[in-house]
Design a binder for this molecule. Structure first.
Ligand code: ATP
Ligand code: MG
Length: 396
């Protein structure tokens, strides 16, 4: 049993001593069996949240309406969720109601894929009610129960399916894939934020090609924001980047996606995906840099205006696309800049107003911008004297 579970054993034991059942469940059990690194160790229990809170002293209500209590025990933090079923999916998204139950089987039944529906008890015994171990051995993703029903209940599972494929390099069992394709229209009912998280994880995964290929095959793109009829563009994304390439950041992945889709208004597209302003800004800049590089080398001004990190990410996309790259030249231009930020200019607007009788307003703004660009271009030294001479020349 991996050390993450060993450390959490006292938690299971305490729950059992209090007369309830408790198991490790979900992603950590799957990942341990696949010899992959484990993140959060989740525990499922027959104890209700109020009962968990009487067993442990240090607890936090993180999602009590879903039956989840966070327990702080030893060095660790563990989410303990009461066995539950999710009934009445009225609108193909989150269950309208969760019911707490006392049976592990009921809880495992509502999980998405068989490899995610394994439980592990305190003796290291696996509870495998849906042949998850066999599917794991065959590297297969299979829905728990009747696939079409499961994707009808919650269409997010469709995106999760592609995402797990991309993360694990598993194949989709045939009926599971067919049901994902059939239910794909229901993705329109799912919150965009939740779909973004899954799609983003897909793109960032080692086997992103595999997940994306399935998504294309299922025509699921037709039901994602602003991606109708994008089969060819997505195929181009796959074909244009070298086989081994992996995206190094979400912004790089989405920039590549948007470039392949030939999206004109990057911010509008990402707004429809409900991403943060900061994310929109960075992807927009990465796309802009990439487009400049399709025309020419980067100037000093480009290196000044854009984050070096974004520029290098754009360059590595070029590299993956088999285009010529200029990493060294870019780094050198950036390093040779006399200023990297306008706050480094030794003369400021308030200087000019206070000591030289300038008036606040657009004219002052214009002259400051001229100064900034002249310094960046290397035509003006960043010294008080030179800048004052420059102003005199400009103002006449
Ligand atoms: P990751 O390693 O990315 O966290 P995970 O399998 O742990 O993957 P989570 O989203 O953390 O995924 O969910 C934990 C578990 O809860 C899953 O393994 C699965 O059993 C169950 N689960 C999560 N989301 C759903 C869903 N939409 N439908 C059914 N079961 C789900
Ligand atoms: Mg998880």
């Amino acid at each position: 049993m991996p050390s993450e579970f060993q450390e959490a054993l006292p938690v299971l034991e305490k729950i059992k001593e209090a007369g309830f059942e408790a198991y490790f469940v979900g992603g950590s059990v799957r990942d341990a069996l696949l010899n992959r690194p484990i993140h959060d160790v989740d525990i499922a229990s027959s104890a209700y949240p109020e009962e968990i809170k009487t067993i442990f002293h240090r607890t936090v209500d993180v999602g009590i309406e879903h039956g989840t209590v966070l327990v702080l025990e030893g060095q660790g933090e563990y989410e303990i969720t009461t066995f539950r079923t999710e009934d009445v999916y009225v609108d193909y998204r989150r269950p309208s109601q969760v019911s707490f139950v006392r049976s592990l089987e009921e809880d495992l039944k509502r999980r998405d894929f068989t490899i995610n529906a394994l439980a592990l008890d305190q003796n290291g015994e696996i509870v495998d009610l849906f042949n998850g171990l066999a599917d794991m051995k065959n590297r297969t993703l299979r829905a728990v129960g009747v696939a079409a029903e499961r994707f009808n209940e919650d269409a997010l599972r469709i995106m999760r399916g592609f995402r797990f494929q991309a993360g694990l390099d598993f194949d989709l069992e045939e009926l599971t894939f067919q049901a994902m394709a059939d239910c794909a229209p229901l993705l329109e009912k799912i919150s965009v934020e939740r779909i973004f998280i899954e799609f983003d994880k897909l793109l960032m995964s080692p086997f992103w090609r595999k997940g994306l290929e399935s998504l294309i095959k299922a025509a699921a793109y037709d039901f994602l924001p602003d991606m109708k009829d994008s089969a060819e563009a997505l195929q181009e994304l796959l074909d244009s980047l070298e086989e081994e390439f992996r995206f190094s950041s979400s912004e790089q992945a989405w920039a590549a996606l948007l470039l392949a889709l030939r999206v004109k208004d990057v911010r509008k597209f990402l707004k429809h995906w409900k991403t943060s302003n900061e994310f929109q800004k960075r992807v927009n800049q990465l796309v802009a840099v990439y487009e400049i590089r399709q025309e020419r080398s980067l100037s000093k001004r480009d290196c000044y205006q854009y984050d070096l990190d974004l520029i290098l990410q754009a360059e590595s996309l070029r590299q993956a696309a088999g285009l010529p790259v200029e990493f060294e030249a870019i780094e050198a231009t950036h390093a040779a800049l006399t200023i990297h930020d306008k706050h480094e200019i030794v003369v400021t607007g308030s200087h000019l107003i206070r000591d030289y009788g300038f008036k606040p307003g657009p004219e002052l703004g214009q002259i400051l911008t001229k100064i900034e660009l002249a310094i960046v271009d290397g035509e003006l030294a960043n010294s008080k004297e030179e800048i004052m001479n420059f102003i005199k020349e400009q103002v006449g």
